[in-house]
Ligand binder design. Sequence first.
Ligand SMILES: Nc1ncnc2c1ncn2[C@@H]1O[C@H](COP(=O)(O)OP(=O)(O)OP(=O)(O)O)[C@@H](O)[C@H]1O
Ligand SMILES: [Mg+2]
Length: 268
Amino acid sequence: MSMQIWAVANQKGGVGKTTTAAALAGLLAEQSARTLLVDMDPHGSLTTYLGFDAEAAGSGVYELFRAKVGDAPLTDDNALIRTTAVDQLWLMPSSPAMATLDRQLGARAGMGLVLTEALQRLHGRFDRVVIDCPPMLGVLMINALVACERLIIPTQTEFLALGGLQRMLRSLAMVERSRGMRIPCLIVPTLFDSRTRASQTCLDSLKADYPDTVSRIVVPTDTQVREASRAGLPVGSWPAARRAGEAYRELLRELLEFEQAVAQAGAA
Ligand SMILES: Nc1ncnc2c1ncn2[C@@H]1O[C@H](COP(=O)(O)OP(=O)(O)OP(=O)(O)O)[C@@H](O)[C@H]1O
Ligand SMILES: [Mg+2]
């Protein structure tokens, strides 16, 4: 099977994007898929999560863009990738300098394809790629949306989070128009607290508004998620985060089922 690329994005901050990207990638790696995580967020939460100092993680996503502009030719894509504490899981780290990319390159042509081209060069090295996005629309998120085959949108089950979801869906529609194809997406309700009415009401309205796009599972609020990130491990590799871990396992199952159905429809 060819390398499958998923992006995790939402234009709202703090909704569980990085946690979700790390959890799904960790579970894929656990199933022996050679998995690459790409940290497209200048804040580098994912890079930090996996135990690297984002200020000093060395070459990564930033160098891809610099090389494209031409003042730092890339000699070797391998130099952009780190091994992690998890077997079969690799990271292309972020750096704070990425925050300047929109200003540096915003209007230049061809800048939306930088990540796509890099991943094409890495074809064969990985089975799976999971891209973690920053919470705002810019050259970095566009690169992720252009590169991905599937978009995962973690959405906090709280009414203030619904505006971010709507903005995200508009950005997706824009990229779909320019790619001339649909990008299947899955809305994943996160930080669900069954004890609060607000969580339940918000989940109901998500399901009513996006009946075909909301995942079967919801990710519950689980205090152990923070402990897992403190330990630098994806949620599925942190046994104490059992509730969230189970949800992410089920989410992965749903994503893989969809992929199989698409592959079968394509083959038929
Ligand atoms: N299911 C969960 N239960 C409890 N805490 C969670 C859960 N998911 C995420 N968190 C916590 O919520 C915070 C935000 O999560 P995360 O960093 O994954 O969100 P994000 O969308 O990537 O944020 P940003 O927009 O800043 O990149 C983190 O402290 C994380 O540990
Ligand atoms: Mg994040």
